[in-house]
Design a protein around this ligand. Structure first.
Ligand code: HEC
Length: 124
């Protein structure tokens, strides 16, 4: 962060009439969805926990989740690999739309999960 400020100060002092709108200086403020530093532990697993564990954790899967488990990495990886994880949350035809009985996940979560799957769904 100190580096960023240093650069900003250099730029500001180098140009008197600098257009310093917030969006220009901090473009990420506008689009807060970070799809580049997505990891399983920090991004994907918490989404699963919030929206899917109710039916798909190891305890509830047999009774509520058609025995589909999404608690352990290996189980999530299997679903990521066969296309059903993204197919179901993106409501693609041929898949049962998830989360069942709830609204579709927000676009940011969908894009983050897609990005994780596209990068080979690492256990990171
Ligand atoms: C209220 C319970 C419930 C919740 C919440 C839920 N599911 Fe499901 N899920 C099910 C049931 C039951 C099935 C079996 C198919 C069916 O009945 O639609 C299923 C099926 C699936 C399948 C297989 C779909 C297919 O067509 O092959 C996947 C993948 C899946 N769920 C992922 C998720 C994900 C990811 C979430 C969270 C975003 C989620 N589910 C949330 C109950 C739930």
């Amino acid at each position: 962060m100190a580096k960023v400020w240093f650069i900003i100060i250099i730029i500001l002092s180098a140009s008197g009439c600098y257009y310093d709108s917030e969006e220009y200086l901090f473009p990420q403020l506008d689009s807060q969805c970070d799809t580049t530093s997505v990891t399983y532990a920090v991004t994907v697993q918490p989404i699963m926990q919030q929206y899917c564990y109710r039916c798909h954790n190891n305890t509830n899967a047999p009774s509520s989740g058609a025995n589909i488990r999404l608690e352990d990495y290996s189980d999530v990886a299997t679903r990521a690999g066969n296309g059903s994880l993204y197919g179901s949350i993106a409501h693609q035809s041929g898949f049962s739309p998830m989360p069942k009985g709830g609204g579709q996940l927000d676009n940011c979560s969908l894009n983050q999960i897609k990005s994780w799957i596209d990068s080979g769904y690492p256990n990171n």
